[in-house]
Write a protein that binds this ligand. Structure first.
Ligand SMILES: Cc1cc2nc3c(=O)[nH]c(=O)nc-3n(C[C@H](O)[C@H](O)[C@H](O)COP(=O)(O)OP(=O)(O)OC[C@H]3O[C@@H](n4cnc5c(N)ncnc54)[C@H](O)[C@@H]3O)c2cc1C
Length: 468
């Protein structure tokens, strides 16, 4: 039965691959080579960067090196929220002033539309539906945080965001115990794998060289080293997000944080009638250990949240397998949101890794003296952000190679941001375990009290972790 998880496929990279098929794999690097730009990692960041650079400068020789296959990482496993959130915006407001952060937010709003524009222009069948993002509150403390969050978003120029009471929330999605919600139009649901497959095909069609099954073991100025040879290039761009810790010298750069998901069987018409959700909004909540979900193009609910957040020594998962306890916990979240789905079968469960910098701020950088660049640390908001990062890397490479001028994108406050490394083990492991234990305890406490104040444990955890 589904509640025991016996029918549930666990791993296999993700449900999205079960749905759309694993891709054919391109051949590995066949010896030493040279290029103008080498991109390490074939996820959204690497592929969008190749896409925009090649379009801007068609004669550039660009090589993408991917350890497994394009879309093997978070880009083939995510919740498919293409939305305008960017990790670190509030910190960038503190560091660079409010106006700079407003420019960053506007760029993110535009990025959602830019991805949709390319998807349409290139004819990717990526299941896009722009229904916005609905974030719900289910306790008094969550409602207080929701109102604060809503007011803060308005100050970043989101004049089109709407605040709903319990009744208005239920008109969109009937979430049990929902007392209010905040909706932004700047979000769309996508099929992550169809997006990454479309993108890798488009990049290859433009004339970019893509080598798969080619792990890069070390990045140095002008060199990407692999077991099969070294690619030399003036620019080496690291786009490895949650896997970055595996590269020589990068062990403490970004912490690989796990996130896990489940996908239900397709729901019946009656089940959908009980849930609502006709607008296909991306759905999230205001819990500390938050959830995110989408109504898929084929009529399922795909829902994610924190599993075992972090593995000792920055280890990553095994092709997406997740712990049975995590599957059970996510199922509980699903049924808590939609009690009428208590009997629904969970068809698939999986996990992936995202990259978390020590200050939880996404960054994009090109070091002009070495030609090394990187983008990432998106925490859980990389589907759209990777596209903004890629267009920014394009502009930075063009400036550096004398083919371009400063642009609006290169002046955004996340460009060139520096942050210290994570602590060595076991402090790193202990810290993250403690952080998420505190969040889970805080959520439990908030559900059992009518008080509107956020749990103190969560506030302390936020401060210690560097999250706020
Ligand atoms: C379960 C889950 C749900 C998520 N949901 C959302 C969501 O709904 N919305 C949202 O905005 N964000 C979400 N995210 C985050 C988002 O998916 C990522 O931020 C985004 O996909 C990052 O893209 P990327 O290309 O930078 O990294 P990745 O997609 O991880 O790509 C990195 C690539 O580099 C390759 N690689 C790594 N190391 C090497 C090496 N040494 N040599 C060669 N290749 C290498 C990997 O195999 C991989 O293909 C989610 C993440 C997860 C894990």
């Amino acid at each position: 039965m589904s509640s025991s998880g016996r029918d549930t496929v666990n791993g296999g990279i993700s449900f999205w691959y079960a749905d759309d098929g694993l891709p054919g794999v391109r051949g590995p690097l066949a010896g030493d080579a040279s290029a103008d730009v080498v991109i390490v990692g074939g996820g959204y960041t690497g592929l969008w960067t190749a896409y925009y650079l090649k379009q801007a400068v068609p004669f550039l020789r660009i090589t993408v090196l991917e350890q497994k296959f394009c879309g093997y990482g978070a880009s083939g496993r995510n919740g498919g929220w293409l939305y305008n959130g960017i990790a670190g915006r509030d910190r960038y407001a503190k560091l660079h002033g409010h106006d700079a952060a407003v420019r960053l937010q506007r760029a993110m709003n535009d990025t959602v539309d830019e991805v949709i524009r390319v998807v349409e222009a290139e004819g990717f069948d990526a299941g896009v539906r722009k229904g916005g993002v609905l974030e719900v509150a289910r306790t008094p403390a969550q409602l207080a945080r929701l109102k604060e969050f809503h007011a803060r978003e308005l100050t970043y120029g989101e004049k089109d965001r709407e605040l709903y009471d319990a009744r208005q929330t239920a008109e969109r999605i009937r979430v049990a115990d929902a007392v209010g919600s905040s909706w932004t139009p700047h979000g769309a649901r996508v099929h992550p794998v169809k997006l990454v497959k479309g993108l890798s095909a488009a990049v290859e069609a433009l004339g970019v060289t893509v080598h798969e099954l080619t792990p890069v073991t070390e990045i140095r100025p002008k060199h990407a080293v692999t077991p099969y040879g070294t690619v030399r290039a003036p620019y080496v761009l690291r786009c490895t997000e949650g896997f970055t810790a595996n590269l020589k010298g990068q062990h403490r750069t970004w912490l690989p944080m796990n996130s896990s998901m489940i996908a239900t069987e397709p729901l019946s018409e009656e089940q959908w009638a009980s849930v609502g959700w006709d607008g296909c909004e991306a759905l999230g909540d205001m819990a500390h250990a938050y959830m995110y979900a989408q109504r898929t193009a084929d009529g399922r609910i795909a829902l994610g949240g924190r599993g075992v957040p972090y593995r000792f020594g920055s280890r990553t998962d095994n092709d997406g397998r997740t712990q049975p306890e995590t599957v059970a916990a996510l199922r509980e979240v699903l049924v808590g949101f939609f009690p009428s789905l208590a009997g629904v079968r969970i068809e698939h469960a999986w996990s992936g890794v995202l990259g978390v910098p020590r200050d939880w701020c996404a960054t994009v950088t090109l070091d002009r003296s070495s030609g090394l660049g990187w983008a990432g640390g998106y925490v859980g908001s990389g589907v759209a952000t990777a596209n903004l990062a890629a267009r920014t890397l394009r502009d930075l490479v063009q400036i550096d190679s004398g083919q371009g001028m400063r642009t609006e994108l290169t002046e955004l406050p996340w460009v060139g941001h520096k942050v210290r490394k994570w602590e060595p083990e076991p402090l790193r492991w202990l810290g993250v375990q403690g952080l998420y234990a505190a969040y889970r305890a805080a959520d439990r406490r908030e559900f059992s009290t009518p008080r509107a104040e956020s749990s103190r444990a969560a506030r302390v955890a936020d401060r210690i972790s560097g999250r706020h």
